[in-house]
Design a protein around this ligand. Structure first.
Ligand code: PLP
Length: 452
């Protein structure tokens, strides 16, 4: 392929001068495998990027999309909707949404979903007698998207600081990370300081100015891999209720079976007011996302046209019929094949495999996750949890994994697996074998120690 072209394409969050020296161009996908333009095969241990829940080349989904393309490929969104969008909304209401979240805004990407949820929260309070409520509380380390509002809610300076100042009204709290507690406490004797300080923040800001708290049930971002303890979200729900603050779950990674439950909301046993979802919702077959809206919230948006209570928000491709047909086919396939239960079972298997590797590789300080979102944290010394710093062990592993043909999410000091929900024990064995090989080399290089 002509190298010159790499000077003229902009990829996400990437130094293109470096990329151009060793470009990675994916040509084809099949099952759980991707193939680059040199014909090299990669096992997809990350579902693309938490997206391809059914793997590549699913004929049922492709045929549903082709049929929809032939019938109607676009419906004018300012004038009305279409049967595919309605069928998807019905699927979500009947089979996926937690109780009471009966209304759906269809969108095309995760950032659109978090932006819409933030705007829904602000407009909701304006229309229910609390016009001063506008502040959004999020956590450091969160990633809610790349557009300006979603970025203001995000909590990692790495992707934000060059664009500052960002929108006003976004506050951040320290995350519920038990392995590296920001409050130097130890779970479970900590008393959930992480949640209690959110209450203190709401009080200190004046509760009458706080609109919503937005959190991912489990977060994976360049800033880290955070798995909150089981009591965190139930306590946060109570706190939000106490101060009339909406609870928004950003389930763009965790939705649709990823955690071995329909949503992270089900995994943690909490019903939020708004759920943002995307990624696995269409398995990557089309750009698709949504916000699921609690009935009590949606009530505030209904009225006579002259009242102007409608949600003042929209996008050209929201509810696109082909994207909706893809989403419907994917969600029905997940149900038909029992893939949420498979994610739970295969997640337990993957977790056991990673636990066994941790017993032999001191480079692994911690194994954590839920369902098919499992990861390891890499440390210089396990006993003290001493981190590496500038050596960025995750980046060392990323290179070794790519060479061996395995795609995972490697942060500076963590590695996360999120294989498609259709994964089998044999697939996990194959992924873990490649991971072990790379781990052995990385550990030798970084710690000078072989596996035991
Ligand atoms: N929220 C979370 C938790 C994400 O992981 C992402 C993307 O990675 C987004 C929001 C933004 O989604 P998108 O990239 O589809 O705009």
């Amino acid at each position: 392929m002509e190298q010159e072209i790499f000077r003229h394409i902009v990829l996400d969050f990437m130094q293109m001068a470096e990329f151009a020296r060793e470009p990675f161009v994916i040509e084809r996908g099949e099952g759980l495998s991707l193939f680059d333009t040199h014909g090299k095969r990669y096992l997809d241990g990350l579902s693309g990027i938490f997206v391809t829940s059914l793997g590549y080349g699913n004929e049922t989904v492709i045929q549903a999309m082709v049929a929809q393309l032939r019938r109607l490929h676009f419906a004018p969104p300012l004038h009305g909707t279409n049967p595919a969008a309605l069928a998807l909304v019905e699927e979500l209401r009947q089979h996926w949404a937690p109780p009471g979240l009966g209304t759906v805004k269809l969108l095309s990407g995760g950032s659109e979903a978090t932006e819409a949820a933030i705007k829904l929260a602000r407009q909701y309070h304006k229309q229910t007698g609390h016009p001063r409520k506008y502040k959004i509380i999020a956590k450091y380390g969160a990633y809610h998207g790349a557009t300006l509002g979603a970025l203001a809610a995000s909590g990692g300076w790495e992707r934000k600081s060059v664009f500052e100042p960002l929108a006003v009204g976004f506050l951040h709290v320290h995350p519920p990370s038990c392995y590296r507690c920001p409050f130097d406490k130890v779970y479970p004797t900590c008393g959930l300081t992480c949640a209690r300080l959110i209450e203190r923040t709401i009080q200190a800001e004046d509760p009458e100015t706080v609109a919503a708290v937005i959190m991912e049930p489990i977060s994976v971002s360049s800033a880290g891999f955070t798995v909150p303890p089981p009591e965190f979200f139930p306590l946060l729900r109570e706190i939000c209720d106490r101060y009339n603050v909406l609870l928004i779950f950003d389930e763009i990674i965790t939705g649709f079976g990823r955690l071995g439950a329909k949503f992270g909301a089900d995994y943690y046993g909490v019903v939020p007011d708004l759920i943002c979802c995307g990624k696995g919702m269409s398995g990557g077959y089309a750009p698709l996302a949504a916000v699921l809206i609690a009935d009590r919230v949606w009530e505030a948006f209904l009225g006579a046209p002259a009242e102007r209570r409608e949600f003042h928000h929209g996008h050209t491709y929201g509810g696109n019929p082909v994207a909706a047909a893809a989403g419907l086919a994917v969600l029905q396939e997940i149900r038909r094949r029992g893939l949420v239960a498979n994610a739970r079972a295969m997640g337990a298997y993957l977790r056991a495999r990673l636990g066994a590797l941790a017993a032999r590789f001191p480079l692994i300080g911690d194994v954590r996750g839920a369902g098919l979102l499992q990861g390891v944290e890499l440390v210089r010394e396990r006993a003290t949890r001493a981190p590496f710093g500038a050596e960025r062990p995750g980046k060392v592993l990323d290179q070794l994994l790519r060479e061996r043909g395995l795609l995972l999410r490697c942060g500076d000091d963590f590695v996360v697996f999120a294989p498609p929900l259709v994964v089998t024990p044999a697939d996990i064995d194959a992924m873990c074998a490649l991971f072990e090989e790379a781990l052995a080399l990385a550990q030798q290089r970084l710690l000078g120690v072989a596996a035991s």
